[in-house]
Design a protein around this ligand. Sequence first.
Ligand code: ZN
Length: 108
Amino acid sequence: MPVVYSAAHPTEAHLCRQFLEDQGIEARVDGELLWQARGELPPNEATNPTVLVSDEKFEQARLLVVEFEANHAADRELDSWSCSQCDEDNPGSFDECWNCGAAMASET
Ligand SMILES: [Zn+2]
């Protein structure tokens, strides 16, 4: 499977995977475990999580990733939040934890 996107961290990789799946493209995140072990490795492209799609969908996915990156740049403006269940960081545009599915805790 070709790599369509190299993410800075697993949250971004899953955002991208979800975005592609919303458009009907099956995608897979690879390299998460390596990313978690990166403390022992020099940081480089090879330790970043990647998003993979099938060969047939690659061209379509590549165009969507361009769109994803544009949207995602806007998402970065929103405050991220930490999951109360698993402590994972989530982008501000998410109202559910990408990792465990828990709803964002209300601050009110
Ligand atoms: Zn969580």
